[in-house]
Design a binder for this molecule. Structure first.
Ligand code: GLN
Length: 307
């Protein structure tokens, strides 16, 4: 299979759709991104990276960071993590608060905002949010083999300034005893993880271990056990796109995670990790053109896990 050609054809297919969807406008740094941007990159086990469009331009990965913090928390806590967060799809928007009261402060899954806030809390030792973020950054740089990956501090600042909803979620969970650290400590880490800036090429490379049973096929490094890797992918498949997860599974048939910056990280088991970026979003906060591109790509490669 000629992936360079498939990626080029996929990029050509979506050309007439560029600019579709609604760019996130809750913070200026996201609102000002050109809606016509589009990038696609596939990290493959031989270390290659077929890519097209704006695949080397950094964007705000936002909720895609939740996959990496979830993976780290599973390594740290093992099954104890499931005492504080469930693994069921929510069927509600990413920042919904309604289920939390009925379900006594236990969020539905690690990939919605309240679940990710609990996961981040779990990664903070001795109230040191900076150390948790330093570790996350180191892990991403290691996975991607790229020390230039960084946080966009303008975005992080804006996340905090507009973070009333995330603060509400965190305080609500704290009232049920489901946060170990102070709300502001946890959120200072959460806002920074949302503001991680990566390109499609870097993101696909960082997620490649998830396509190979938790082991980086390029370096040979085991990052998570094969069993945990399967479980991370199961949660991505069922919960990675909030109330759009069913539609994503139906159309693309691969585990993925979207972010409101317009990125989507998608895993094709035993094949590679695909990152797409296009800032216009659908109503659930998944990239409209990104999802279209993935649909085209899966059609051409036959990579859907459903055959
Ligand atoms: N920063 C956003 C928030 O916390 C991330 C949401 C997302 O990417 N879906 O609300």
């Amino acid at each position: 299979m000629d992936l360079d050609q498939i990626v080029a054809e996929t990029a050509a297919d979506i050309e007439p759709h560029r600019g579709k969807g609604k760019v996130a406008d809750y913070i200026p740094a996201l609102a000002k991104v050109d809606p016509k941007k589009f990038g696609i990159a596939i990290a493959t086990p031989d270390g290659a990276c077929p890519k097209a469009g704006d695949a080397d331009e950094s964007f705000s990965i936002q909720s895609i960071s939740k996959v990496f913090t979830f993976s780290l928390a599973l390594q740290k806590a093992g099954d104890d993590l499931w005492k504080r967060v469930w693994r069921e799809p929510s069927g509600t928007p990413f920042n919904s608060i309604v289920q939390l009261e009925r379900e006594k402060g236990i969020p539905r899954n690690p990939l919605v905002n309240p679940g990710a806030i609990v996961v981040t809390d779990h990664l903070i030792d001795n109230g040191d949010a900076d150390a948790a973020i330093d570790n996350l950054l180191r892990v991403l740089r290691d996975h991607a083999e790229d020390d230039s990956i960084d946080i966009d501090y303008e975005v992080a600042m804006s996340e905090s300034e507009t973070g009333a909803r995330n603060r509400s979620l965190a305080h609500f969970m704290a009232s049920f005893g489901n946060l170990e650290n102070e709300v502001e400590v946890v959120l200072s880490a959460y806002f920074r993880q949302c503001a991680l800036a990566l390109s499609c090429a870097q993101l696909a490379r960082a997620g490649l271990f998830l396509a190979f049973d938790g082991k980086d096929p390029v370096t040979g490094e085991r990052i998570v056990s094969a069993q945990r890797c399967r479980r991370i992918l199961a949660v991505m498949m069922t919960c990675g796109h909030y109330d759009n997860s069913g539609d994503f599974a139906y159309r693309i048939g691969l585990p993925g995670k979207s972010g409101v910056g317009g990125g989507v990280l998608t895993i094709a088991p035993n094949e590679g990790a695909i990152a797409v970026w296009s800032p216009g979003l659908n109503d659930a906060g998944t990239s409209t053109v990104g999802a279209l591109a993935l649909e085209e790509l899966v059609e051409r490669t036959g990579w859907s896990i459903f055959g």
